[in-house]
Write a protein that binds this ligand. Structure first.
Ligand SMILES: [Zn+2]
Length: 161
């Protein structure tokens, strides 16, 4: 069993994040890392990644749940304060892992802030045209690097208080 766990971790990209992958870390707790997502289809979108290899919510320990609760509160407060998010959409999906013949998911949770007003960054305006509805699956997720850096800096600054 122990050998199998080591093998699983070796093959898991979430268990072996590079320094480059970790560059957009906005905050962390003992059990979780929070990164600004590559996809910024909703400004401030982040991903919470459990630091250990674990496949599902029912397998979380009490301490991990407790830290997750604190992070949910902290992230919602920051996204509302910094960008004026009206609400946050939280999702734990992991569907892509199940395309494999032997699914071995690494638990992660997406948070998409939703906006009832345009958000302006570096002279660009971003709108949540689906506000009040399910988040869009094929919305443009690319924003200029300079805007992404600004989102990262503002969020990280707020979360470090
Ligand atoms: Zn893993």
């Amino acid at each position: 069993m122990r050998y199998r766990q080591v093998g699983m971790m070796d093959n898991c990209e979430w268990c072996s994040l590079s320094e480059e992958d970790r560059r957009f870390l906005v905050c962390e707790s003992a059990a979780w890392s929070v990164f600004l997502s590559d996809e910024q289809d909703y400004i401030g979108r982040c991903i919470l990644v459990l630091k250990r290899h674990c496949s599902s919510l029912p397998e979380l320990t009490d301490d991990e749940w407790s830290e997750l609760r604190e992070l949910v509160c902290k992230m919602e407060a920051a996204l509302k304060a910094v960008f004026g998010a009206a609400v946050c959409n939280w999702s734990c999906l992991m569907n892509s892992f199940y395309k494999e013949s032997a699914p071995d998911p690494h638990l992660h949770i997406h948070v998409r802030p939703r906006y009832d007003h345009p958000v302006t960054l570096g002279g660009n305006t971003y709108c949540d045209g689906e506000f009040g509805h399910h988040y869009a699956l094929h919305k443009s997720a690319a924003i200029p690097d300079s805007d992404r850096e600004e989102v990262f800096a503002r969020l990280k600054e707020r979360l470090s208080r």
